[in-house]
Design a protein around this ligand. Sequence first.
Ligand code: SAM
Length: 246
Amino acid sequence: MTSEQFSFRSREEKKAYVRSMFSDIAGRYDFLNHFLSFGRDYSWRKRAIRTVREHRTASGVTSSMILDIACGTGDLSFEAVRQIPDAQIVGVDLAKPMLDLFQQKIDQRGANIRISEGDVEALEFPDGSFDAVTIGFGTRNFTNLDIAFREINRVLKPGGIFVNLELSKPRGFPMKQLYTFYSKFIVPLIGKTVSKHGEAYAYLPDSIRRFPERETIVEMLRGAGFSEARWKDLTAGIVTMHIAVK
Ligand SMILES: C[S@@+](CC[C@H](N)C(=O)[O-])C[C@H]1O[C@@H](n2cnc3c(N)ncnc32)[C@H](O)[C@@H]1O
């Protein structure tokens, strides 16, 4: 698999590829997520929602309208329900099969979460609708980050928080070397075997490699209108959490 295969000619081409890929792997997504991260993904999501909760307490806000973009099968939304039980949560995703699985989990758990099919680049919500926006492992797949960040800023209330979790590129020895080997060789092999999708788990490390550096994302967030933006590495930089306030 060469990385040229993931060079898309247009935004539409990438969006169609991403939608179809996540639709194809939806049934195996949760298992592979937990397996390939050795279960660390639970703690990353906990950390992201704790950041939202702490911001809420610090700013004295009593409402909690949370938008979980690229919600997929819903694990980040469920963590928000667990930590902020009075929150009203809306999940949005491009891939219907991911949302179908999310809906099944909502029904099983009787959770108060509303979901809809949608694109981060054209959100259906009025300006200033949400106290918080969260994204877990979605931004790498977006086709235009500037448009996405501006849309997120638009739907947030003034003072609202955006927390973005994304797989990252560790910078320090020996994690950088170990992780490069793991993501380049092991992830595609296990991913292909379990998901039966030839490309999805080769696209994964390629999309991490192509994703802008931490500092560039901070600049983009400021350019999109956020008054504060910073980043924090988790698990030695395997994941980076960006935190921005409108
Ligand atoms: C890796 S999954 C993450 C799912 C979930 N947030 C989690 O933490 O496990 C990425 C999700 O992003 C969604 N996605 C990709 N591009 C999108 C876009 N432009 N708008 C909304 N969702 C998008 C995909 O359909 C997929 O479900």
